[in-house]
Design a protein around this ligand. Structure first.
Ligand code: ADP
Ligand code: ZN
Length: 732
């Protein structure tokens, strides 16, 4: 239908404009003087305001022609492409998100449409330096490589590997010219013809297959599986190189910003310049520039977080989703989407390729590969001499530890051995803070959050109690808020900070680094700490799942998992998959360089099938067993599922609506779907709002969304009631 839309409307034509305003949606206007192209970004009057919109198609005609208002300015940005509009429509239909909200996702760049402010850029001048230094000549080399193209200060400094003061010194002498530019500057060109590392045989073969895929210029998804350290990144960088050679744009999605420092350096080493970045750590000005340059083909490669999928690529040839199993690809508020799935959708619309890279793929992707929907490439061994760590369980039932200790004697001895050898040990506990529970030993009261159905977690480092749901914090009280007895509040259970305390007591001479997100206020601090650890400035790393992801610590040879059973509690059907992935990932941190590694898993249930699968490393066996269970339960990826969360400050009101929905579900049953609930949501109260959940399950292939929309749309939402529909929820 979109394809039939005329590409241009003459002045005065009735046109439909999609705005970002929730109540507006698609509204009719008249085309401006001089006409307007379909997809153009325009400013339109809406009530007393002027808002941004996109020319969507011919007007619908429902509104009196004489009263139609005229489109205001046509903004100076490339029109939205047909594929992008198609993507927004289909992603919106899949996630049941209204189009205005989808458009907001696609235009999240400050000051869009306004001319960019003046910015300083740098290029070669005519002056001679008073003195040649190595740093100075690197600056001149970087500028001459750019062939007259201007760079920003930080880009120039980064390319030359010098501090910005070196550049400024050269500006003073007229060697480098500083100019005010009224335009956003394109990103430095990446050069795909620079030599890659010499690839191992299996890497070379995999790279060849990915290159051939790109040459086909047709959609296709490849699951690139390989143990951590097998060289997947090197392989998919070859796909990026091919994409750049074709003159098309590439996108690499990463789950964690902390990862990107190392990654950006690798891109620079491979292609001679740094790519554009898109994540929450990027400044507003840089965001705007990136958006504009992606739209104008002035950015060949973007490295970003999930929302980079909504950037206005002109000719997208490749999307890489690294660590594709990572749960942070699921956006959990606003538009609920999974970036991995949306990457596949976007690529299929753009005739682009997708590479899903992981050591421990999601069951979804594994099943798609099994079913032949995705191609599969596997790297079986670690690159070079590095071997996979040996994995063993430590049966805690025979360790006889006092209740305020968590590191068993066996594990402690193993740690001591590493310290003595000048190697590193990681103690892993996936729990932030000091202690998960604060209990009154006089009355038994546990301190909970005022606004949520959650315990307050003690954070000694911050000297406060913190709610992990809503972020509420308070000083740790001296007296119990329930019985008012003083001095009886006690910390129960370990968090990563308490584990660090135990490590300090056990190994007083060791240098201990704690890697948990609360310990760092900025991404820069975290990056610095990671770099310090990699450089050997710690003997013991105590960390949460923050360390499980992608970091390379060459000296690390021992991983001790404090509580391997932690993720296996509860009724979540994805618990086994999560635990398997996390344990394999974290164990994969050990022995990445020449020295072999070992992982020791403390567990009270060494016979548990998931623990056994983790230890044996029989991944295919594990996936097959998981697949059988999910298939029997009719849940994803073998059935369809949606979670509907209702929330309100009034608990009665949420349950009333939940019950009404459950009673009036004939349109769901008509398509073969079943409704479960209402029941308290996994987190029953957040920020003062009570939450109730209904789960909808349907056979694979059911057209679930239209039925869901009808169903949820039956009731008018009174007062503060909110409904959010989560297609493919993370927990069920
Ligand atoms: P993965 O992405 O599978 O975890 P990486 O691509 O990060 O693996 O590779 C692991 C390590 O091995 C990295 O330090 C990388 O630089 C190195 N490496 C991988 N392939 C090669 C190669 N062909 N030549 C030299 N070093 C390589
Ligand atoms: Zn709270």
């Amino acid at each position: 239908m979109l394809a039939e839309t005329p590409s241009f409307f003459a002045a005065g034509d009735r046109i439909a404009v999609l705005t970002t305003q929730p109540l507006g949606g698609v509204l009719d206007y008249r085309a401006p003087e001089g006409g307007v192209a379909t997809g153009s970004f325009v400013e339109v009057p809406l009530g007393p305001r002027r808002v941004m919109g996109v020319v969507w198609g011919p007007g619908e005609g429902g509104f009196d022609a004489a009263k139609l208002r005229r489109v205001g300015a046509v903004l100076d940005i490339p029109p939205m492409r047909l594929e992008m509009r198609d993507f927004l429509i289909r992603a919106g239909a899949y996630t049941l998100t209204p189009l205005p909200q989808m458009l907001r996702l696609a235009t999240r760049a400050p000051g869009l449409g306004q001319p960019p402010g003046m910015r300083k850029v740098y290029r070669a001048g005519d002056g001679r330096p008073d003195r040649e230094t190595a740093a100075r000549s690197r600056v001149m080399d970087a500028l001459s490589e750019m062939g007259g193209l201007a760079l920003t200060l930080s880009e120039l400094a980064q390319m030359a590997g010098v501090s910005t003061s070196v550049v400024k010194g050269l500006v003073k002498q007229g060697v480098v010219r500083e100019e005010q530019s009224p335009r956003d500057t394109p990103f430095p060109r990446l050069d795909p013809s620079l030599p890659s590392k010499a690839l191992a045989e299996d890497q070379a073969a995999a790279a060849e297959v990915l290159r051939d895929g790109l040459k086909s210029r047709r959609y296709g998804t490849t699951l690139l599986k390989g143990v951590t350290g097998s060289g997947k990144t090197e392989v998919y960088l070859e796909a990026v190189a091919e994409c750049l050679r074709q003159g098309r744009q590439a996108l690499v999605l990463l789950p964690e910003i902390a990862l990107s420092a190392e990654f950006l350096t690798r891109v620079e080493a491979r292609f001679g310049a740094r790519p554009a970045e898109w994540h929450s750590g990027v400044t507003q000005t840089e965001r705007r520039r990136t958006w504009a340059m992606v739209a104008e083909n002035g950015a060949q490669l973007v490295v970003g977080a999930r929302s980079a999928l909504f950037l206005p690529f002109q000719d997208l040839g490749l999307i890489v989703v690294d660590e594709e199993h990572d749960t942070s690809y699921k956006q959990e508020d606003g538009v609920l989407y999974n970036a991995r799935d949306m990457a596949v959708l976007r690529a299929s619309i753009n005739d682009a390729r997708v590479v899903l890279a992981s050591a421990t793929p999601s069951l979804e992707s594994w099943a798609n590969a099994e079913a032949g929907k995705y191609d599969r490439l596997t790297l079986t061994s670690r690159f070079g001499t590095a071997a996979l760590p040996d994995m063993r369980s430590l049966d805690m039932r025979s360790e006889d530890l006092p209740s305020d200790r968590w590191v068993s004697n066996t594990l402690a001895r193993a740690v001591q051995v590493r310290i003595d050898r000048g190697e590193q040990a990681l103690l892993f506990l996936n729990r932030r803070g000091y202690a998960p529970v604060t209990i009154c030993r006089a009355c038994g009261h546990q301190i909970g959050c005022k606004h949520c159905d959650a315990r307050m977690v003690e954070h000694r480092f911050l000297k406060r109690l913190v709610c992990h749901q809503c972020g509420e914090t308070e000083p740790r009280p001296e007296t119990c808020p329930a019985c008012e007895v003083e001095g009886k509040l006690a910390a129960v259970g370990p968090g990563v900070e308490r584990l660090a305390e135990e490590a300090r007591a056990l190994f007083p001479e060791a240098r201990i680094a704690v890697l948990s997100s609360d310990m760092y206020t900025t991404a820069r601090q975290l990056k610095a700490e990671i770099a310090a650890i990699a450089a050997g400035e710690a003997d013991i790393i105590v960390g949460t799942q923050l360390v499980a992801k992608g970091h390379n610590f060459p000296l690390l040879t021992l991983v001790g998992v404090i509580d391997a059973d932690l993720g296996l509690q509860g009724s979540d059907l994805r618990a086994a998959e999560r635990t398997f992935q996390l344990m394999r990932q974290v164990a994969g941190r050990a022995g990445r360089a020449e020295k072999p590694g070992i992982a020791l898993l403390q567990t009270y249930q060494p016979e548990h099938p998931v623990i056994r699968a983790i230890l044996s490393g029989d991944e295919e066996g594990f996936w097959r067993a998981e697949a059988r269970e999910r298939e029997a339960a009719g849940v994803p990826p073998y059935g369809r599922m949606a979670g509907i969360v209702l929330s309100s400050e009034d608990v009665q009101r949420v349950f009333d609506l939940g019950n009404a929905l459950a009673r009036n579900a004939q349109m769901l049953r008509a398509v073969g779907a079943e409704v479960y609930g209402p029941a308290p949501a996994p987190i029953a109260k957040v920020r003062g709002r009570h939450r109730v959940r209904l789960l909808v399950k349907a056979p694979k292939g059911t057209a679930l969304q239209p039925a869901l929309a009808d169903w949820v749309g039956q009731f008018k939402l009174k007062g503060d009631l909110r409904v959010s529909v989560d297609i493919d929820p993370q927990s069920f």
